[in-house]
Design a protein around this ligand. Structure first.
Ligand code: SAM
Ligand code: SF4
Ligand code: SF4
Length: 330
């Protein structure tokens, strides 16, 4: 199954909820997502059965990797039952979750037993004050680190994602590298992106991939590694002393639309063929109108077949209203 730019459909990202227990300033600033904010009512959110039907149809079209995200996916009740259901679908080769890690300590064992393959934990700083300011709710670093430790104890490989924002946490780049090297965890830096409409994104606040690599290699010499598969999002670097690697996701300064093989489904079942799309297609209607999966399959086939998105390569040439990251799941 190829889109109009000959890109296959390989990755499916399912947002399980639009709610979150953090208020990261770059994603859900509290001034916008305050106490009065209207999150999706339960009946509008895809059920586990609907999510599994989506997975089955996507696998038929070529999807091999599934990622559960949000909002905060570990806030969705019964998430480990969903993991059991999805991991049982033939053809799913890799099932991962992206989480802020604050609830991971309690859930890691159940998730590992249910068939989860890996975890990505988002952690932007080790310094308590910087982390508290960034997560907006005063969440503690130690709880996230404990979640990481517990996940690994139960056999789940963990990667850590760090969004770097100028004037906010670039001084945490080296401490984070030191910690991940000492603990055998791979760190991936993410350029701060212009997603949604509420974070007030400015180019000046982006610490570029090039700058990040310069900072890391000033203390830890490293060399770039060739991509292991087409569509690999992070550019990888191995440390010269053999102590592991790090990655940089340079979606702003070095776009990778040419290899983009991801389909994103929001919690309410809108299907987005690009992280920066203004609108999603109504997959939920297809799921709720039909009892069998044929209609869902046709819907997804039609959507991917017509896909021509390449926002990051066109950034600056076009302006549009974009969906929020917490809604779409990153
Ligand atoms: N709540 C979970 C978490 O934080 O891992 C999953 C959802 S979150 C939207 C997914 C990823 O998007 C996180 O790694 C987060 O840091 C990243 N993210 C959110 N807003 C971003 C932005 N403006 N630029 C770059 N990454 C962003
Ligand atoms: Fe929540 Fe993740 Fe967004 Fe932070 S990045 S507000 S943890 S959804
Ligand atoms: Fe894919 Fe859209 Fe990002 Fe390009 S801008 S890499 S098409 S999600």
């Amino acid at each position: 199954m190829l889109d109009t730019l000959h890109r296959p459909l390989r990755d499916l990202r399912l947002s399980l909820t639009d709610r979150c227990n953090f208020r990261c300033r770059y994603c859900m600033p509290v001034e916008v997502f305050g106490p009065g904010y209207q999150f999706l009512p339960r009946e509008e959110i895809l059920t586990f059965d609907e999510l599994v039907r989506t997975v089955r149809a996507s696998v038929e079209l070529g999807v091999k990797k599934i990622r559960l995200t949000g909002g905060e996916p570990l806030m969705r009740r019964g998430v480990k039952d969903l993991v059991t259901m999805i991991s049982a679908v033939p053809g799913v080769e890799d099932l991962a979750i992206t989480t802020n890690g604050i609830l991971l300590n309690h859930q890691a064992e159940g998730l590992a037993a249910a068939g989860l393959d890996r975890v990505t934990v988002s952690l932007d700083a080790l310094d308590e004050e910087i982390f508290a300011r960034m997560n907006g709710v005063g969440a503690k670093v130690d709880r996230v680190l404990l979640g990481i430790k517990t996940a690994r104890l139960h056999g789940l490989p963990v990667k850590v994602n760090m969004v770097v924002q100028r004037g906010v946490n670039e001084q945490e780049i080296l401490p984070m590298i030191r910690w991940t090297r000492e603990n055998g965890v791979t760190l991936r830096f993410i350029e701060y992106m212009d997603v949604g409409a509420s974070n007030g994104w400015k180019m000046e606040e982006v610490v570029t991939a090039k700058e990040i690599v310069e900072i890391v290699t000033s203390e830890f010499p490293a060399k770039p590694v060739a991509a292991t598969y087409p569509g690999e999002v992070a550019k990888r670097w191995t440390f010269a002393d053999g102590e592991g690697e790090f990655g940089v996701i340079s979606s702003v300064t070095q776009p990778f639309c040419g290899d983009c093989s991801r389909l994103r489904i929001s919690a309410e079942g809108k299907a987005f063929t690009c992280l920066f799309a203004s609108e999603g297609a109504d997959l939920r209607a297809a799921l709720r109108n039909a009892d069998d999966d044929v209609e869902v399959l046709d819907f997804l086939r039609g959507l991917w077949g017509a896909r021509k998105d390449r926002y990051s390569e066109e950034r600056g040439l076009i302006s549009r209203t974009k969906a929020e990251m917490s809604y779409l799941g990153g």
